[in-house]
Design a protein around this ligand. Structure first.
Ligand SMILES: CC(C)(COP(=O)(O)OP(=O)(O)OC[C@H]1O[C@@H](n2cnc3c(N)ncnc32)[C@H](O)[C@@H]1OP(=O)(O)O)[C@@H](O)C(=O)NCCC(=O)NCCS
Length: 235
């Protein structure tokens, strides 16, 4: 079942039709997918998890006080199974450089990649509008390794690119998750962003890992990969 609780974002018929692989999978397996703008609920859910379930602090970029309701567009995804929340995800628009400087300042990072544009080919840059940061990815331990993390991530990208006119989706993660981000979540690229000597940025990986990557995918690259994302539902 689809539960739509977002003030601005609606799954159009076109969207449901284009992504019917995902929606059929949800129905067939008795999951419910919820889309909302309820950041307070997201924060409560994440903060209620044990460190075994979610070994990070809540990502402050998704605190209600941090997102300007009037300027920012954001959404929360939840997956339910028999009314229990078994997975979360969230995304919001924020300029790439604004985001990375905020991270640098917050964690007082010295060893930092200032110019992420230098990772891009000459004809691309991050100084564009409608760039979406995503985070708060969690799948309940008892439901892991069933591709739920992957398919929710793909849904998030489809919402960003198909419904919100997003131009790029980006995130940060700890180094050991580089292959997961590139080969499973199908980010276009993942490159070194910073070394965080202490603290625990809401990325992924082992708590002791200090090396963070910046991963991104542009809309054109996602469009090229779309067919590949459908293979999961054909299994
Ligand atoms: C990361 C997380 C969301 C993955 O959820 P999941 O539903 O188990 O992942 P999926 O089933 O979609 O993943 C499928 C594939 O990714 C791989 N993968 C999953 N988590 C991985 C990890 N932490 N490191 C390396 N590979 C991983 C799996 O081995 C699997 O590969 P396979 O198909 O070749 O066997 C989940 O482990 C989690 O909630 N972790 C704690 C919170 C966290 O780290 N969140 C931030 C992630 S950036």
């Amino acid at each position: 079942m689809i539960i739509e609780n977002h003030n601005k974002i609606k799954f159009s018929n076109n969207f449901k039709n284009k992504h019917k692989g995902f929606f059929n999978f949800i129905d067939k397996n008795n999951y419910d997918i919820v889309i909302s703008d309820d950041l307070v609920d997201l924060e409560n859910v994440i903060k209620s998890l044990s460190k075994e379930e979610y070994p990070f602090d809540f990502d402050g970029f998704f605190s209600l006080e941090k997102v300007k309701k009037s300027v920012n567009l954001y959404f929360v995804l939840k997956l339910l199974y028999k009314n229990e929340i078994i997975a979360t995800y969230a995304a919001r628009n924020i300029d790439v450089y604004k985001f990375i400087y905020a991270v640098k300042k917050h964690f007082n990072v010295k060893n930092f990649k200032e110019d992420v544009d230098s990772y891009l080919p000459k004809n691309k840059n991050f100084l564009i509008k409608n760039t979406y940061y995503s985070s708060c990815q969690w799948v309940k331990t008892t439901h892991r390794n069933k591709n739920l993390g992957v398919i929710l991530d793909h849904l998030k990208k489809n919402i960003i690119f198909d419904l919100l006119d997003g131009e790029v989706n980006y995130c940060i993660h700890k180094e050991p998750l580089t292959n997961y981000h590139k080969n499973k979540l199908l980010y276009e690229q993942s490159e070194w962003l910073m070394n965080v000597p202490s603290g625990n940025v809401g990325g992924a990986g082992d708590i002791n890992d200090k090396i963070y990557h910046f991963a991104w995918v542009f809309k054109d690259n996602w469009t090229d990969k779309y067919k590949q994302t459908q293979l999961i539902y054909e299994k």
